[in-house]
Design a protein. Structure first.
Length: 86
C-alpha cells in the first residue's frame, strides 16, 4: 500500500510533468490542530514543484493547477496543502 504522499506525488507527476517535485507529509507537526486526524499522517502536506505548465502563469494560476490536480485528495480529507513553486 502506498502512502497518500506517494499517491499525490504520482498524480502530480502524471498531470504536471514536473522538473522538480517533492511531496512532504507534515501531519505529525500539526497534531492537535484543526483537521488533524490523530494518526500523524495524511492531513497536512507541503508540495515543492517546478513545472513547464507554470510558464507564463501567475502564482495564483500555478497554485490552481496544483489544487486542481489534487482535488480528489482534498475531497478525501487532506486538510492543508502548502505549495512552493520553484
Amino acid at each position: 500500500m502506498t502512502s497518500i504522499a506517494d499517491q499525490m506525488h504520482q498524480t502530480l507527476a502524471d498531470r504536471l510533468a514536473p522538473s522538480h517535485l517533492e511531496v512532504l507529509d507534515e501531519s505529525a507537526a500539526h497534531a492537535g490542530h484543526a483537521g488533524a486526524n490523530g494518526t500523524g499522517f495524511g492531513t497536512h502536506f507541503r508540495v515543492r514543484i517546478a513545472s513547464p505548465f507554470f510558464t507564463g502563469r501567475t502564482r495564483v494560476a500555478q497554485h490552481r493547477l496544483v489544487y486542481d490536480a489534487l482535488q480528489e485528495f482534498i475531497d478525501q480529507g487532506v486538510h492543508a496543502l502548502a505549495i512552493e513553486v520553484l
